[in-house]
Write a protein that binds this ligand. Structure first.
Ligand code: PRP
Ligand code: MN
Ligand code: MG
Length: 181
């Protein structure tokens, strides 16, 4: 385990199990619909690539980069900026937004609103982690991975100052790592 990690919150085995469960369900629900999976960079990248291996139906995917947290802050500002937009038209598409974590809900709230103005046929959400304790905007999550307590988590795509995304598990960072810098 990385020496900056205090404890493992979601193990590699639990991650694999969640991906299989979610992917299998999505494959059933979206059979015949050629869904467009939208990965929200950068945090959701690792989750998306594992998840879609279980979505065993014709589908497409694209990437969008938005930002809600700035720099060293571990809390959100509520401000959501589009850094990189989709290349794919959403008109008439059945969209599945793929997120790594829902925290305050601001990111997803804004994206759902935006995708509806682009005339998607349907917009649903799959999130690997859910941190319900910090929700400000109520967002309905259609496919939920693992519920976690209010801790600052890293790994499996999630970062602190862009680091730790490559950890194969989700861990809680030692407080001294983010309080002394
Ligand atoms: C994080 C996380 C979600 C979002 C959730 O992304 O990956 O996308 O914040 O927060 P919210 O529910 O409070 O809006 P971040 O903006 O840190 O970018 P990253 O994925 O590139 O790390
Ligand atoms: Mn993100
Ligand atoms: Mg981040």
């Amino acid at each position: 385990m990385d020496s900056d990690i205090e404890r493992v919150l979601v193990s590699e085995d639990e991650i694999a199990e969640a991906n299989k469960r979610l992917g299998t369900q999505l494959a059933k629900d979206y059979a015949g619909k050629n869904p467009l999976f939208v990965c929200i960079l950068r945090g959701a990248a690792m989750f998306m690539m594992d998840l879609i291996k279980h979505v065993d139906i014709p589908m497409e995917y694209d990437f969008m980069d938005v930002s809600s947290y700035g720099g060293e802050n571990t809390t959100t500002t509520g401000d959501v900026k589009i850094i990189k937009d989709l290349d794919t038209s959403l008109r008439g598409r059945d969209v599945v937004i793929v997120e790594d974590i829902i925290d305050t809900g601001f990111t997803l709230d804004r994206l759902i609103e935006l995708f509806n103005t682009r005339h998607a046929n349907s917009v649903k959400i799959v999130s690997f982690l859910d941190k319900p304790s910090r929700r400000i905007k109520h967002v309905h999550v259609d496919y939920n991975g693992v519920k976690i307590p209010d801790a600052f988590v890293v790994g499996y795509g999630m970062d602190y100052n862009e680091r730790y995304r490559n950890l194969p598990y989700v861990g809680v960072l030692k407080p001294e790592i983010y309080s002394t810098k």
